[in-house]
Design a protein around this ligand. Sequence first.
Ligand code: ADP
Length: 426
Amino acid sequence: MYKNIPLAEKLRPKTLDEVLGQEHLTGNNGTIRKMLENDTLNSLILWGPPGTGKTTLAEIISSTSGRKFFKLSAVSSGVKEVREVIEDAKKQNLFTGKSPILFIDEIHRFNKSQQDSLLHAVEKGWIVLIGATTENPSFEVVSALLSRSQVYVLKSLSFEKLEELAEIALSRYNEEEQTHFTLKEKEALIQYSGGDARKLINSIELVLNQFKNVKEKEITNEDVLSVLQETMALYDKNGEQHYDIISAFIKSMRGSDPNGAVYWLARMIAGGEDVKFIARRMLILAAEDIGLANPNALTVANNCFQAVNVIGNPESRIILSETAVYLACSPKSNSTYKAIDAALAVVKQTGNLPVPLHLRNAPTKLMKDLDYGKEYQYAHSYEGNFVNQEFLPDEISGTQFYVPGENATERKIREELQKKWKGKYS
Ligand code: ADP
């Protein structure tokens, strides 16, 4: 009767104690455990990679707190479904007095107006919203929802936790199928899973099914690889390929090849990739690889990001294509990216160096008496709105973090800096 239920589903933890690798949330002092013990349930966002227990936790929260559970996926539902659930939830409130949980999987895929449709019901307390997202909620969740929710971060499962889970999955399989498999090696399975518990259990089920007729076998890395490679194309829609293709896309733009960029963009669009994910990557590339060689690139990429958020598919492809080609054809510089990393390295090395007195804020008389702000020279009082003074702590005076790149815009910047600083910074 239960034959068709995937092993990962059968193994879905039913209690906080069974959840692996999220002790900061589910352990004795874990925030979600405390929240349930104190019965102080508010709306929350679970942020973490796929297969780390977001849906599972939402279901446990619902059953432990005795609330009805509604689930929607932001990929396949919209405002209409949200409204229907909210109407249902309001009726539930009348019966039980406890507002139900509305779990929205992949909430980052909702655009602004879709997210806004949840707001009123959250404010009124008709529902407790639990949103799951694999993307940084500060970019993807509207601020009104974010400010009404607690964000909890889930981690990829560690090697040890995945080993533990592999054994659990193995014994459940053996029990149900009356087999006697053992896992001689687990590295291939674990590496392939990339910290995703669902992927690990699915792979184990897939591999063991291949040897079902022999009933007894020590499974090696080689067995795993041979089965997974054969089935990978069918099975791994969002796995390795996804990362390889986005990597090829970024590298094409960095390498100034608009044709490569458009080709890999097409591969992602044809594969159903989230357009916001693509736009976000371009936003990073604009700053990391183009930077001051063409500062307009960041503006274009940001406009693209805003635009795909309101446009969605299928038209977003046009906006993405314009941006990808623009970025690929822009001159390149990573000088500001290198500058901040160089400065961070110095901060790590030298710690909290004191702020030079003349640069300090001096809001009180006492501070003024202590010479805070004394001898600070106001740049606009000087010719050319510039005066040569020290802005770094003494210990690192003269350190050059920003080295202008070799491109038209930054050559001008370099000239200007040399004129002003007279050799202090090259
Ligand atoms: P997510 O919502 O984060 O993508 P799910 O909670 O739906 O992941 O997990 C999918 C399956 O993976 C579950 O049914 C369960 O078998 C397994 N799983 C995920 N996370 C964990 C975990 N932290 N501990 C144990 N099993 C897990």
